[in-house]
Ligand binder design. Structure first.
Ligand code: NAD
Ligand code: UDP
Ligand code: UDP
Length: 313
């Protein structure tokens, strides 16, 4: 039976990926240091004979026998990745080296979770994979952006130099159940604020745009990419539906039935002004296209947070 390693498997995306793999009958080894991961995300899998959990930090070597590796370990919210930026860079860079060394030794196929942040504050819109981006190397977001860029470099070099079978997913803003209440990212912030009747915190004027992908769609894309033949170039995975942050706030208020005010806070340094994936590659090569529209994905996310916010109040 094939064994699949998911690093960051107790996190938001990782736990949904573990669920889907196990549903498909795959033997899953979940590795996580629980920095932003949560045991509650995988508690339901603990008794399953297909599931194994190992507490481990990917910046240290890992000797296991697996056939496939999804390398998702890395905090993804600006609040969390900026908390200890040196550790963030180590996680992306040392983590990628260790997982690539492992993939090389056991001849496993490895997929790196990269990000739309490799495009920085883009002057090409929407962003195709051949746009090389506009990233500030010395700003407060650089530990994440440059760490992921270097992880991509390592993937390409291990492929060229050591013939490791690599995949790179450039993931655009993804949301859904199991984001942390205090995650800091915009969807969970707005939903929790709206449910608590607190003001929704818009950074800047709320005119910056993002394109939001529901987590089930992303997981489908990650699995298709892993299973594609000979696809070593990066592939964008995201929902091309583009919204301003103010539109998102209004949609969240509507779905929550909330009359929370909107409050405006300073725009963080280097916050990208616009972002929208060009998914031509994913569509043509993987036959993948996101299916869940924002309103529907938000409904499901609000339902999840409604139970949590009620339980904690
Ligand atoms: P998350 O913070 O919920 O999950 C990250 C997981 O990695 C957590 O469980 C955390 O404990 C674990 N982790 C962090 N550092 C680690 C280390 N050194 N060793 C072992 N485990 C470690 O974030 P997420 O949204 O689930 O993101 C998953 C991956 O997808 C990340 O690599 C992220 O950069 C990437 N990504 C996510 C998005 C998104 O919108 N969700 C967008 C682009 C890229
Ligand atoms: N590594 C690992 N697990 C393995 C094999 C390697 O964690 O099963 C790590 C190890 O720490 C090593 C890194 O991956 O430093 C890179 O491995 P590679 O073989 O590329 O380089 P080297 O061993 O020569 O440093
Ligand atoms: N944002 C916001 N209010 C919040 C959290 C985020 O207006 O409470 C903005 C943030 O400035 C950014 C966008 O929403 O422009 C998306 O932020 P997030 O941290 O979710 O993702 P990223 O900036 O990494 O795309």
């Amino acid at each position: 039976m094939k064994r699949v390693l998911v690093t960051g498997g107790a996190g938001f995306v990782g736990s949904h990926l573990c669920d889907r793999l196990i549903k498909n009958g795959v033997d899953v080894l979940c590795v996580d240091n629980f920095f932003t991961g949560n045991k509650a995300n995988i508690a339901h899998l603990l008794g399953n004979p297909l599931f194994e959990l190992k507490r481990h930090d990917v910046t240290f070597p890992l000797y296991v026998e697996v056939d496939k590796i999804y390398n998702l370990a890395c905090p993804a919210s600006p609040v969390h990745y900026q908390h200890d930026p040196v550790q963030t860079t180590k996680t992306s860079v040392h983590g990628a080296i260790n997982m690539l060394g492992l993939a090389k030794r056991v001849k496993a196929c490895i997929l790196q979770a990269s990000t739309s942040e490799v495009y920085g504050d883009p002057e090409v819109h929407p962003q195709p994979e051949d746009y090389s981006g506009r990233v500030n190397p010395i700003g407060i977001r650089s530990c994440y952006d440059e760490g992921k860029r270097l992880a991509e470099t390592l993937m390409m070099d291990y492929h060229r130099q050591n013939q490791v079978d690599t995949r790179i997913a450039r993931i655009f803003n993804t949301y859904g159940p199991r984001m942390l209440e205090d995650d800091g990212r915009v969807v969970s912030n707005f939903v929790v604020q709206a449910l608590r009747g607190e003001p929704l915190t818009l950074y800047g004027e709320g005119s910056q745009t993002r394109s939001f992908c529901y987590v089930d769609d992303l997981v489908e894309g990650l699995i298709r990419l892993m299973n594609a033949d000979d696809l070593h170039q990066p592939v964008n995975l995201g929902n091309p539906g583009e919204f301003t942050i103010k539109q998102l706030a209004e949609e969240v208020r509507r779905i929550c039935g909330s009359d929370s005010e909107l409050t405006y806070l300073p725009l963080p340094e280097d916050d990208p002004r616009q972002r929208k994936p060009d998914i031509t590659t994913a569509q043509s090569v993987l036959g993948w296209i996101p299916k869940v529209p924002l309103a529907e994905g938000l409904e499901r996310t609000v339902q999840y947070f409604r139970e949590r916010v009620q339980n904690s109040s």
